[in-house]
Design a protein around this ligand. Structure first.
Ligand SMILES: Cc1cc2nc3c(=O)[nH]c(=O)nc-3n(C[C@H](O)[C@H](O)[C@H](O)COP(=O)(O)OP(=O)(O)OC[C@H]3O[C@@H](n4cnc5c(N)ncnc54)[C@H](O)[C@@H]3O)c2cc1C
Length: 354
């Protein structure tokens, strides 16, 4: 059984590894640049299940995804020696005003009713959790089980583990079109004239997924939403807890690096870090942690969240032979392992391994 995967981001690599671990022998990941070149290595790496979920169904799914990471990190370290820096660093979601605190109380009560750890803390208590937090807040919601990983390390570990398990990673290889015969996807063609036939094709091309020629018209469109990030370095490291305020966040890695984000911009695939983007990110970060004003600005970058209206596109597609692992928007790192499992289930349910 040959499986071809279009795109070597976290979705393509995690799904390839999962299929290899289940005994599939002939798996090829086709990546136009290098594996992990795009959103997956650019992400902040927050596993924000409780903060990011928009309804109860999503909350349940996201918490399962977050809690799967501990075992996954261990198995990746055992297979590769690479530490993906999985840490349960907790999140403080800041409320500046009484109205924001009331909304936070509502969220916390809902999550406590679902048996999840969450509590409302006042400003003084919040500063015992994160001593670098600013003064003058109304309070915060504290989610001690929220976690983080280091995305570039995750991608390195996935590529090494998948390669060791027999997956062929072909970088510098652009898929020119999906091949369809008799109403079924039967492979892909590569520029200039090479054809690779497959029993199943997995579309994992991130925010470029809808641009791959041959993708069914009735598949929901995946659109890029640009996000910019800034990395600071504080010496010595002081901050330890992830802070959230609206779409702004501060993610201390624990070793002095602090990732500050982010913007949400509907500007197509314009690969630009902008003055206004960096200004808004740093303004929010320094307002949350005033001492970050003294930290070194190490670098800034941007990339594109693969965004769809509604839930991510995972599993069988309208075109037989084509499976989907895309459209994870702000939460693709969080959802990588559970997506790989679901796509492998969908493919193995369709055919036994060989
Ligand atoms: C600024 C920012 C911060 C983020 N922070 C977080 C976070 O804290 N937590 C979280 O869970 N998620 C976060 N995300 C979201 C997460 O990064 C994405 O949802 C996830 O990485 C998407 O993975 P992917 O594999 O679908 O896409 P990508 O990583 O973009 O991979 C797609 C790959 O397909 C390749 N490709 C495209 N077209 C072709 C073709 N025709 N042929 C061959 N290859 C092709 C591309 O080169 C690319 O490498 C963030 C995203 C951004 C931009």
């Amino acid at each position: 059984m040959r499986i071809v995967i279009v795109g070597g981001g976290v979705m393509g690599c995690a799904t390839a590894l999962e299929l290899a671990r289940r005994g599939v022998r002939d798996i090829i990941v086709l990546e136009r640049a290098v594996p992990g070149a795009e959103a997956s290595s650019a992400a902040a790496g927050i596993l924000a299940a409780q903060i990011e979920s928009r309804d109860e169904e999503e909350l349940a799914r996201f918490v399962v995804a977050r809690d799967a990471y501990g075992d996954w990190a261990t198995s990746l370290r055992e297979a590769t020696g690479i530490d993906i820096a999985h840490r349960r660093s907790g999140v403080l979601s800041i409320a500046r005003t009484p109205a924001e605190l009331e909304a936070a109380q509502h969220d916390v009560a809902l999550q406590q009713a679902r048996g999840l750890r969450a509590e409302i803390v006042d400003g003084a208590h919040a500063r015992t959790i994160e001593r670098e937090l600013c003064d003058g807040i109304a309070g915060a919601a504290y989610y001690p089980d929220e976690a983080q990983v280091d995305p570039p390390q995750l991608l390195r570990a996935l590529v090494v583990a998948a390669t060791n398990a027999g997956v062929v990673m072909r970088g510098g290889t652009t898929v020119a079109t999906l091949l369809t015969e008799g109403g079924r996807c039967v492979g892909v063609s590569l520029a200039p004239k090479e054809i690779t036939r497959a029993d199943a094709v997995i579309l994992a091309a991130g925010s470029w997924s809808s641009l791959v020629p041959g993708v069914p018209d009735d598949m929901p469109r995946v659109r890029p939403i640009r996000g910019q990030l800034v990395m600071l370095e504080e010496r010595p490291p002081r901050a330890s807890t992830i802070l959230f305020e609206g779409h702004s966040y501060v993610v201390p890695r624990g070793d002095g690096r602090v990732i500050c984000g982010s913007t949400m911009e509907d500007v197509g695939h314009r690969r630009e870090v902008t003055a206004a983007g960096v200004q808004s990110i740093l303004g929010a970060a320094i307002a949350l942690m005033p001492r970050l004003g003294e930290a070194e600005l190490v670098r800034s970058w941007c990339n594109f969240r693969p965004s769809v209206a509604g839930a991510p596109l995972v599993g069988a597609s309208p075109l037989p032979g084509l499976f989907l692992a895309t459209g994870h928007h702000r939460n693709g790192i969080l959802l990588a392992k559970v997506t790989a499992d679901a796509v492998a289930d969908a493919i193995m349910g369709a055919r036994p391994p060989s």
